[in-house]
Write a protein that binds this ligand. Structure first.
Ligand SMILES: Cc1ncc(COP(=O)(O)O)c(C=O)c1O
Length: 387
């Protein structure tokens, strides 16, 4: 069923104040999400954090079931953490690759690259950046050739880059990895909430998502799925000793969590996931995609604007530059007209730049990212402000 945009906007109080085109940065929470967070903080105020958490125990457990439904996983394969970067690092550094070469795509998130570089130094791994195809997506033929060598211990891919529209062919990558028996780690921080995700279909062993972006959850929330067959390889760390019950069985993925956490934010994340499930991942994807294409059309008609988006399949992130205007000035100009966008680096064109994600190697663009609660009128406002 198509999304009721008026209802979605009534549920999203921030839409009354500004044109928000930054769900790739941090989206607007729907009212029920903010309410869930605030209500729990009020209980903490009255009864203290431990008692409030005990009261919410069932709802807290339900957060894992909601996340599992969102991505076709099971509650025991999910851990909830405080950021996508931390979740990715926690999972990958505890699943040591069993062979020396690690493959990654050109859209890999910079923090993941830094973690891999550290692991490479520590464990003597070789990092291999895969070629792109003509559309700016990972070249699956190159991936297969590398896998055929038989010395690949892990493949890492960022599904949608922080600064780009391309949706990587993750399911194809997953099939190749499964056939080769190589663990596949998918960073879905920019795709969770805007695209349907199913870990079985994607063939990934680890999937990481973050709460505040297209999922519309509160800040300080993220999650990771680790496929059941890999859970035994997760070694407990000292800080987790305080929770021995997590050491075995169904909830083993939770070994990746720290004992202390923001309970209110977790409840907000669960509510945000339920909200996305109620609307339906497919209708969300369809509306986001249509709005983004519509925005690209408007921007392409402006002579001083260059749209950078690549990809055979494209998502809700639209990247562009304005001639002779630095991206941060464009962002500030738009902010002055109550239009919220952000800036982000485009995926680097050369393999060396992927492995050395320093600012001087980056081309930064303006990033406008749409969500289902945005309207064509808001896109007109952006185009008018730019022209
Ligand atoms: C593709 C991608 N992966 C990972 C992250 C990290 O998520 P977090 O900011 O929650 O650590 C981001 C954040 O921008 C991202 O764009």
């Amino acid at each position: 069923m198509a999304i009721d945009v008026d209802a979605a906007r009534q549920d999203t109080r921030g839409t009354a104040h500004a044109t928000h085109l930054d769900s790739a940065g941090s989206s607007l929470m729907p009212r029920p999400v903010a309410d869930a967070v605030v209500a729990h903080l009020r209980r903490e105020e009255l009864v203290g954090g431990y008692a409030a958490a005990a009261e919410a125990a069932e709802r807290l457990e339900a957060v894992y079931s909601s996340l599992a439904r969102l991505i076709g996983s099971s509650p025991g394969e999910i851990a909830v953490l405080e950021s996508g970067s931390t979740a990715w690092a926690a999972a990958v550094s505890r699943l040591r690759p069993a062979a020396p070469r690690v493959l990654l795509g050109r859209t890999e998130y910079w923090h993941n690259v830094l973690v891999l570089r550290r692991l490479a130094r520590r464990d003597g791994l070789e990092l291999v950046v895969l070629d792109d195809d003509a559309h700016g997506q990972v070249d699956v033929a190159h991936l297969r050739r590398e896998l055929d060598r038989g010395d690949v211990g892990m493949v890492a891919l960022t599904h949608v880059p922080m600064g780009g529209a391309q949706v990587q062919p993750a399911a194809e990558v997953g099939r190749a990895c499964r056939a080769a028996g190589v663990p596949f780690v998918l960073d879905a921080c920019q795709s969770a909430g805007q695209l349907p995700l199913d870990v079985q279909e994607l063939g990934c062993d680890v999937l990481v998502g973050t709460g505040r972006k297209f999922l519309r959850g509160p800040r300080g929330t993220a999650f990771v799925h680790v496929r059941r067959e890999l859970l035994d390889r997760l070694e407990p760390e000292l800080s987790e000793r305080r929770s021995p019950a997590r050491d075995a069985g169904e909830g083993r993925a939770r070994l990746l969590e720290s004992w202390e956490t923001g309970v209110a934010a977790r409840l907000g994340l669960g509510r945000a996931v339920d909200h996305a499930l109620e609307l339906g991942p497919e209708p969300i994807r369809d509306r986001v995609r249509a709005l983004a294409e519509s925005l690209r059309g408007r921007l392409a008609a402006l002579p001083a604007v260059q749209v950078h988006d690549r990809g055979l399949v494209r998502c809700g992130i639209v990247t562009f530059s304005v001639r002779d205007r630095p991206p941060d000035r464009v962002q500030a100009h738009l902010a002055g007209q109550r239009i919220t966008v952000s800036t982000a680096p485009l995926p680097p064109p050369a393999a060396e730049q992927v492995l050395d994600p320093a600012p001087e190697h980056q081309t930064v663009a303006v990033r406008a990212s749409v969500h289902y609660y945005n309207t064509e009128e808001e896109l007109d406002r952006l185009a008018a402000a730019l022209s």
